[in-house]
Design a protein around this ligand. Structure first.
Ligand SMILES: Cc1cc2nc3c(=O)[nH]c(=O)nc-3n(C[C@H](O)[C@H](O)[C@H](O)COP(=O)(O)OP(=O)(O)OC[C@H]3O[C@@H](n4cnc5c(N)ncnc54)[C@H](O)[C@@H]3O)c2cc1C
Ligand code: FES
Length: 282
């Protein structure tokens, strides 16, 4: 086998637990059969494969500080690979390549106020950093988490979110776009940007970390600009359709006036100042 081929060879891994989170999303706890830790940083992703079906990039949703050597993936069933994965059970085998891509710059974030803004499934990669920050709470200053989804039944990580709501060391705020009349919901109703004006932002010392559906970025960034938060203090996790995951195939290319980025290698985590001029990116 050539070295070129070997980078595409997945490692065998076992699903050690699954948890149904919503109608569309399941959490998978996975262990590499080698017994090694995955060795990821918050924000990175893996290429997950199902033999005979294909591969899909999936963010690692657990923190590197999590105890034990398993890691977690929160997966929405949308297509071939993810539906096949949802049919898998505890004990079944999958393939894993990675971890790949850039990560949130934890050292740069240390000692800062953090403003997390997560929309929908965007909470999956952010949870890796949120749990890292909770595990190393003394290394960071104020922590605000804004989390929005379409309806209350789409809220992910319900048990953990309950801990965030009651954690005195976090300021957690949530919103849904709409709430059916027969559902009890004490959070805000409105899109996620409606939560931003209510947050105190110290522009000297706050970093914001944003992940959500493509439509969300433009409006969230407008609100952060309104608050005068410098672009250099905003990190975005952005998804693109990917194939190889390792900068070889060009599928994930983002073009801009100053050049091009590969979302799998230069991202998925980008500093906003670096992609601001890339109309295609936002
Ligand atoms: C860095 C990164 C991290 C990610 N993290 C997660 C995560 O944590 N959890 C998660 O659930 N998902 C995540 N995703 C998204 C996931 O990789 C995609 O949804 C992936 O396509 C699922 O693979 P699939 O085979 O199940 O679906 P596919 O068969 O690829 O189909 C997915 C959807 O895209 C449509 N589609 C298929 N091909 C195309 C095309 N060429 N152009 C436009 N639309 C097309 C399909 O109709 C379907 O609606 C991530 C993606 C990236 C890039
Ligand atoms: S997915 Fe192949 S270059 Fe990014």
């Amino acid at each position: 086998m050539s070295a070129e081929e070997s980078i595409y060879l997945p490692e065998t891994a076992t699903i050690v637990d699954t948890k149904e989170m919503t109608e569309r999303e399941k959490l998978f706890e996975v262990e590499l059969d080698s017994g090694e830790e995955l060795g990821h940083e918050p924000g990175q992703f893996v290429e997950l494969s199902i033999p005979g079906i294909g591969e899909a990039p999936i963010s690692v949703s657990s923190a590197p500080t999590k105890e034990g050597h398993t890691f977690e993936l929160c997966v929405r069933a949308v297509g071939n690979v993810t539906n096949a994965l949802h049919r898998k059970e505890k004990g079944d085998k999958i393939g894993i390549r990675g971890p790949y891509g850039t990560s949130f710059p934890v050292e740069e974030l240390e000692g800062r106020n953090l403003l997390f803004i997560a929309g929908g499934l965007g909470i999956a990669p952010l949870r890796s950093l949120i749990n890292y920050v909770i595990d190393k709470r003394e290394d960071f200053q104020d922590v605000n988490i804004l989390y929005g989804c379409r309806k209350p039944c789409e809220l992910l990580y319900e048990d953990e979110v309950e801990d965030w709501r009651t954690n005195d060391e976090l300021d957690y705020r949530e919103t849904v776009d709409e709430c059916p009349d027969d559902v009890c919901w004490e959070g805000n109703v409105g899109v996620i940007t409606t939560l931003i004006p209510g947050v105190d932002i110290d522009v000297e010392n706050t970093y914001s970390v944003v992940c959500g559906p493509p439509i969300m970025y433009k409006f969230v960034l407008q609100e952060l600009e309104e608050k005068e938060l410098p672009a250099e203090q905003i990190y975005l996790s952005m998804e693109r359709r990917m194939k190889c995951g390792v900068g070889k195939c060009g599928h994930c290319q983002i073009n801009g006036e100053e050049g091009e980025y590969y979302a799998c290698q230069d991202g998925p985590v980008f500093n906003y100042a670096d992609v601001q001029g890339f109309e295609e990116a936002i």
